[in-house]
Design a protein around this ligand. Structure first.
Ligand SMILES: [Zn+2]
Length: 69
C-alpha cells in the first residue's frame, strides 16, 4: 500500500495500529465517536507519522472504530 492509499484508506477498510484493529467509518462530524476522540488534538500528528489514515478529507470525514478480534 502506498502512503497516499493509506492516508485515504476507504470506508469499511481495517488497519492495525499497535494491538488494535480499527475500521474506517463515515462520520459527518469530524472525530466524533472516534476511537481516538480523546486524542483529537493529535490526530493530524498521527496521520503525519502514518500511524492512522487522515480523518479530515476533502469531501467528508471519517472516524475509526475498534474491531474486536
Ligand atoms: Zn480525528
Amino acid at each position: 500500500m502506498t502512503k497516499v492509499e493509506f492516508k485515504y484508506l476507504e470506508v469499511g477498510k481495517i488497519f492495525v495500529v499497535g494491538n488494535k484493529n480499527l475500521k474506517v467509518k463515515y462520520e459527518k462530524n469530524l472525530c466524533q465517536g472516534c476511537y481516538f476522540e480523546e486524542l483529537i488534538m493529535y490526530c493530524k500528528d498521527f496521520t503525519d507519522y502514518e500511524l492512522i489514515p487522515a480523518c479530515n478529507r476533502k469531501d467528508h470525514s471519517v472516524v475509526f472504530a475498534e474491531v474486536k478480534k
